[in-house]
Structures are given as C-alpha cells and as structure tokens.
Design a protein around this ligand. Sequence first.
Ligand code: B12
Length: 348
Amino acid sequence: MNEMTQPPAATPSATEFDADPVPRLGWPVGVVSERLGIAAPTLRSWDRRHGVGPSLRTSGNHRRYTELDISRVRLMARLTAQGVPAQSAADSVLSMDAAAIVEHLESSPGPASGTPDSNRTIGARGAGGTGGAPALEDSAALVEAIVAAARALDPRTMAQLYRQVMRRSDVGRAWVEVFAPALRRVGDLWQEGRLGVQAEHLTSELLQSELRAVVRANRLRVAGSPVVLAGADDEQHHLPLLALEAELARNGVASLFLGPRVPAEALVSTLRETRPRAVFLWASLPRQRTEAFWQHLAVVDWPLEVVIGGPGWSEGIELPDGPVTLTRVADFTTAVRTLVSSPGGLSR
Ligand code: B12
C-alpha cells in the first residue's frame, strides 16, 4: 500500500514527539510552514476555517500533519494561488481521495524544489501581469483550477479563469491548451461518477458566454461570405462550434452559426438558400456512415466544401457525384485554417 493511502496513525503522545526530533507520526505546524513556505497563521486558519489541516493532535493538543495532510495543504495552496477562493479550494481538496490529490499535484507540477509553493504568486509570471491566473504556459494548472471551480460549483471563479485565459491568449490557443483539456477532464470525471452532470453544465454554460463575448467584440471586423457552422442532427455538443465562430471572427471571417442539433433537411435548405463556400459540421457522438444527409447534398450545384470535425464521424462517408468536396479535420487549428482558406474565402 502506498504511504499516502495509509489510514492516519493513532494520536501520538507528547512524549513520543519530545523524545524523537524527527517525528514518525506527524509533523508540527512550524515544520510544515517551513517546508511549504506557507505562514503558520495561514495553516492554522485553513485548518480552523476550512478543515484543511492536520489529522492528528498530540495529547497536549498540538497539531501534527501526516504526509497526506501536507499534500492536501500543498494542493490547497496551489489552487488559491490560481485565484480559487479558499472555501472552494478546500471543498475541492477535501472531496478528493489520496490518489486524486497525488494525481492533481503531479498533473500540475509546482515550482522547482526549494521554492515554496506560496511563491507562486498570482499573475507574477503572466505576460502583462493582469493578475489572477498563472500564465498560459502553465496550462495544466489552469485546467486544474477550472476543474476545481467546476467541482465546487463556483461560477464566479470559473468565469474569472475563462476571462483571464482569453485575455492572455487568442481563442485558438485557449481552446487547445486549456478549454478542451478542461472539458475532457470534466467529461472523464463525470463518466467515472466523480463529478455531477451539474458541474459539466456549469463548465459549458459559462464557457459559451465567454466565447460569445469574443464573437460580439469582433462583429465589426467580419466580412465576406459566411461559412455555416452546425451541429449534426441530434448532436447537443456544440462548444467546438462556438470556439470556431469566435476564432473565425477574430480572423475576420463571418459565420452563420446554427448551433446544436440541426436536422438534415433544415441544414440542406439553409445551404441552398445561402450558397456558402463552406460548411463545418461537428459530431461528438458516434454517427452512421450512411445517414441521409450525405445523399441530400445531391441538390448542391455550386462548389461547397463540407468540413467535418469531432470524434463522432465514421470513416467511409460517400458523397453524391457533384461539386461537393469533403474534408475531415482532426484538430481546431486545422479546422480554422481550412475554413479561412477554403476557395472563395478571404485570401491570406
Ligand atoms: C460539455 C459536455 C456536454 C454538454 C454539452 C454542452 C454544449 N453546449 O456543448 C451536455 C451536458 C449538454 C452534454 C450532453 C451529453 N453528453 Co456530453 N460531454 C460534454 C464534454 C464534457 C465536453 C464536450 C466538448 O465540447 N468537447 C470538445 C472536445 C473537448 O472534444 P474531444 O472529443 O476531446 O475533441 C477531440 C477532437 O475532436 C479534437 N478537437 C478538440 N477540439 C476540437 C475542435 C475542432 C473544431 C476540431 C475539428 C477538433 C477538435 O481533439 C480531441 C482529440 O484529441 C464531453 C467530454 C469530451 N471528452 O468531449 C462530454 C461527452 C462528449 N458527453 C458524453 C455523453 C455520453 C453525453 C450525453 C449522451 C449524456 C446523456 N446521457 O445525456 C449527452 C448527449 C446528448 C446528445 N444527444 O448530444 C460522452 C460521449 C461518449 C461517446 N463518445 O459516446 C463524453 C465524451 C463524456 C464522457 N467522457 O463520457 N455533454
């Protein structure tokens, strides 16, 4: 059994500690403070107010931290340094078992050894020092902070984190390095039964607002014939479409955003009406290779590039003869590049 998973030992007596300068059963607050670089009053306050503290007490009521307690405190420090409020950070830390704590600490390595965690001051390393979240270089830590905010159902922190990420980078980088990994992690935790669906809803709803704000901010820059963005029939997932719309807007490309669950007939009739140069279709959930939509494209009589993205699309899709081309894209950046440069698009 891993040392981290051992149950706390019985409360040691004061004499045991007095007799042994390197206590075997727990560390006093001063040692933990020095080891982590966190002031002792802060440690005492996290214990008193948020329950993140030592599991053991001496018979003289002195605090004694186990290695697991220390890991909890380290993660608490990491999260609060990323802007997560103390109570949310504590809720998150206390909801995790030893393995999850280790996993979180490892997925977001702290500063070089010898540097106390508390030196990871908020925004200190961020380009422009806007304060709040670590620089985007620290994307694993940002993912961790977003997941912690989801776990704590903390919309304020989550929105702050989203905005900070967007201020520091373009949508593409934000999506690829932080938002998509955070969504995948939230999805995995939901699938494992470790996170309620409400946390998944909160994560995606707030992200939708932030992505739409980028589209609004760029409305005056967009020009040219719009590309159509749509979720496949019955497909509720549409965040990648919103991220695409935002990044295309930043690139000056107009889109006609139809959102999730677009019925095949409605999509085809939109295509006939607007005659776009390109349409992007997203599918997260598995789809049939032979669905009717592809045959409906027989009515298209202008050069239309159909771009498909998402893990739901099967191989071997067959198109009717005609001017329609099919392009499958595996990642966000390629999707943007393809849509920006599809024939008839902005020349760049
Ligand atoms: C948010 C979310 C929701 C939200 C959607 C909100 C919204 N407005 O979009 C809600 C709560 C509505 C929802 C509902 C459901 N969901 Co959901 N959901 C997610 C979650 C967490 C994120 C979705 C997302 O935006 N993904 C975008 C990126 C992150 O997806 P990705 O697949 O990792 O991307 C890969 C590539 O596509 C590429 N990529 C990444 N980004 C981009 C962008 C572009 C443009 C391109 C081209 C490529 C690309 O990189 C990745 C590969 O390395 C995912 C988790 C996940 N892993 O996706 C689950 C997930 C997709 N959902 C899942 C499920 C099961 C459901 C439900 C069926 C649950 C239910 N029983 O009701 C319903 C779906 C109902 C329906 N008919 O559609 C499963 C799907 C499993 C499967 N393959 O069948 C997932 C994977 C969760 C899981 N781990 O099990 N969901």
